[in-house]
Design a protein. Structure first.
Length: 429
């Protein structure tokens, strides 16, 4: 929960009064403010006044169902960042995939387990708080850096490079550290939880074996809770949680790889690890949304030896070139409809190869391309075609310096206006 004096507010959207009562009581006992709505329409109206910190949204409701309600919330800039946890008795994975594709952060399966509900709610409130804190830190840092750049515009290019890399590296390392703490807790507890569940189910089996006629009350309770379904679904829930934990661990590892600090001496590094980390960090920009289908990235990796290099600097180069490629595709798609973009998809290719005594890395896009006069200046000191506040902040002049001066390599650009751009990097082995 938030550290301020005001408790978090949870909006429960469900047409079943019993579900509202059970969830409201459980959340209230956990010092959480609760608001309720009995339909999707009522929830949308209520959200216009006081947005909650998190929404528990039932899937099956009269009128507009949970999926449509979620879609409308995510389409509204005022509510699109509120975490949504679906509540459902549906076991079909397709429904769960649909919910996640619409922007939900989690699922709670009926019948409810109060401890599970509270654990999931607290986890996503904490993640939201960390995200908001991070966004504010990024905004503060960006504002401070922009002012510094105005004051130091004529300073040596290496000073700008060092400052930016240090800031971004520390930020990424801090995010990875914050992620690792809750993920470590979840990862350490999921196997014991699985064992406890198996023990409880074995105990139920023993009771059934020794008491073949448990009586009407117990029989009705078993039917009401659908014990067979619980037996079947619990392992799936745990497996889904394990997959989610592993996914977060992969993201954390990629952040650490990207944030790897440069040493005074070169170290051996797998360039594919750096490229994959950059692609993972940019995945949110490659995914489909309401404006465009996914941007396809084709990777064609050759067999590369470990390279003696400064990994942090090369990671900066990779993410800068890939981010520029995404920007170029966004530019060429601007003003087009979803259908028009789908009919003429633009993608990105990343190829690597080892040739004689050098490694070759080719990053190409089918974006807007550059006019010859722009292409002739892209490696000039502080030259940019982007407006203030846009871009990654690492100019191509710095990319050129990292490749040529720091690693003794070469970087070349080939571009055609309206067709795309290709950067070819060579690094001596």
């Amino acid at each position: 929960m938030s550290s301020n004096t005001h408790p978090e507010t949870i909006l429960i959207v469900d047409d079943n009064p019993n579900n509202l009562d059970v969830l409201s009581e459980a959340l209230a006992l956990a010092d959480l403010d609760v608001a309720v709505a009995t339909s999707g329409e009522a929830a949308l109206k209520q959200l216009k006044y006081v947005p909650p910190s998190l929404i528990l949204l039932d899937v099956m409701m009269p009128g507009i169902n949970g999926f449509e309600t979620c879609e409308r919330l995510k389409a509204d800039p005022r509510t699109q960042d509120i975490p949504i946890i679906f509540m459902t008795a549906l076991a079909d994975p397709i429904d769960k995939v649909r919910g996640f594709s619409l922007g939900a952060v989690d699922y709670i399966t009926k019948p409810f387990q109060q401890e599970e509900v509270l654990a999931r709610v607290r986890t996503h409130l904490k993640l939201r708080q960390l995200t908001q804190t991070l966004e504010q830190q990024v905004a503060d840092r960006t504002a401070a850096l922009s002012q510094s750049l105005q004051d130091l515009k004529q300073a040596h290019i290496q000073l700008i490079n060092s400052e930016k890399m240090s800031m971004l590296g520390n930020l990424m390392a801090g995010v990875a550290h914050e992620i690792n703490n809750p993920v470590g807790c979840l990862n350490g507890n999921i196997d014991p939880a699985r064992n406890y569940i198996e023990d409880l189910l074995r105990l139920i089996d023993l009771y059934e074996a020794h008491f073949s006629d448990p009586g009407l009350t117990i029989t009705e309770a078993i039917e009401e809770m659908d014990l067979d379904y619980i037996r079947e679904d619990l392992p799936k829930l745990l497996d889904s949680m394990s997959l989610g934990i592993n996914r977060i661990k992969e993201i954390s590892a990629s952040l650490r790889t990207f944030a790897r600090a440069d040493t005074d001496e070169k170290i051996n590094f797998d360039l594919h690890e750096g490229l994959n980390s950059a692609l993972l960090i940019l995945r949110h920009r490659l995914k489909a949304n309401e404006h465009h289908p996914p941007i396809e990235v084709i990777t064609d990796y050759g067999s590369l030896p470990l390279l003696s290099c400064f990994p942090g600097q090369l990671n900066q180069v990779f993410i800068n070139l890939l981010a520029n490629a995404v920007d170029a595709i966004d530019e060429v798609n601007r003003g087009k409809t979803f259908t028009e973009i789908q009919a003429d998809p633009r993608g990105i290719t990343v190829r690597t190869a080892a040739a004689e005594d050098q490694i070759v890395i080719v990053i190409g896009d089918q974006g807007s391309g550059m006019a010859p006069e722009v292409q002739a200046r892209i490696f000039d000191h502080l030259f940019t075609t982007k407006a203030v506040g846009l871009g990654t902040g690492l100019g191509l002049s710095i990319v050129h310096q990292i490749i040529v001066e720091r690693h003794g390599g070469t970087i070349a650009c080939a571009s055609e206006l309206g067709k795309g751009t290709t950067f070819t990097i060579t690094l001596p082995i």
